[in-house]
Design a protein. Structure first.
Length: 298
């Protein structure tokens, strides 16, 4: 999958994405995720929908669906409104803007379905919106199916093709070669436009690929929290993640072959992680806990 490095090894934990600015100055970050090929378990798009709701994003722009979607391939759906009337929902791309509480960070969410055609024109249109909204950084979110166990932390790789960001955040460039989705195309065009860009990819266990995937969603949100250095309220999602893991455990117990396969994945994961085991992950989690506690205090 485009944007993800070879294998499933994650890059070193990134430092803060946003550099300090003058007092009163605001920083705008574009967070983008697309339903479809880049969105295993819908973890990427669900994570941004969660943040958009949490920060009460307001719609600021949209991309005309007729220009970029094949409705026989990505079909519209019919839903009933709260009033009981039927409404056709068309595949589209919408942009929302929100201000992160108690910070100098504004966020532009790009939420939509991967387009069917005219990708270069579609990407150029998104970047025109980015310029209009004075975006300073771009963070692209994806999720891919992988041979990882559901019972271990979900890996989230962080890469960048921007040399300055790689050096400052101790990241690696993606080594992936092969077919790409719209996330990979947008990453290249954003860099060509001079926007520092980072890609996050969550590895979703392939044997439980059906959405939702709250554990992968939570892993993405934790990485965004680290990058932006803003505390996130994920209490409800933590509970959903734990319930999801218990449910998968129960399903695995009922199928001896699946249970044996999961144990094999667990052993491989534990062996791979052993040389890097340290107190760093504990320290990061404790720091995140303190920030959330500070946020909750009156």
């Amino acid at each position: 999958m485009d944007g993800a490095p070879d294998g499933q090894a994650t890059s070193p934990e990134p430092e803060r994405l946003l550099q300090p600015v003058a007092e009163g100055q605001r920083i705008t970050v574009m967070l983008a995720a697309f339903e479809g090929w880049n969105d295993a378990g819908e973890a990427a798009s669900d994570s941004l929908h969660y943040l958009n709701k949490l920060w009460q994003g307001k719609k600021v722009a949209s991309v005309d669906a007729d220009d970029y979607y094949d409705f026989q391939f990505t079909r519209p759906t019919v839903r009933r409104t709260a009033a009981g009337t039927r409404k056709v929902k068309w595949p589209s791309t919408r942009l929302y803007k929100a201000s992160v509480p108690d910070s100098n960070v504004d966020v532009v969410f790009v939420l939509g379905t991967e387009p069917s055609y005219r990708w270069r024109a579609y990407t150029a249109e998104l970047l025109v919106h980015a310029e209009t909204l004075k975006v300073d950084y771009v963070v692209l979110i994806g999720a891919l199916l992988a041979d990882v166990p559901h019972s271990r932390p979900i890996p989230v790789s962080t890469t960048s093709d921007d040399s300055g960001l790689r050096q400052r955040l101790n990241l690696e460039a993606s080594q992936y070669e092969g077919p790409v989705g719209i996330v990979g195309v947008l990453a290249e065009f954003a860099l060509l436009a001079g926007l520092p860009t980072v890609s996050l990819w969550a590895a979703v266990p392939h044997y439980v690929a059906q959405p939702p995937s709250p554990k992968a969603q939570l892993a993405i949100l934790n990485r965004i929290e680290d990058l932006l250095q803003v505390p996130l309220d994920t209490h409800a999602l933590n509970e959903e993640s734990e319930a999801w893991e218990r449910g998968v455990d129960e399903l695995a117990i009922e199928d001896p072959e699946i249970a044996a396969y999961v144990r094999q994945l667990e052993e491989a994961k534990d062996t791979a992680d052993l040389p890097e085991a340290s107190g760093e992950s504990i320290a990061r989690e404790f720091e995140r806990y303190l920030k959330r506690r500070g946020k909750e205090k009156p």
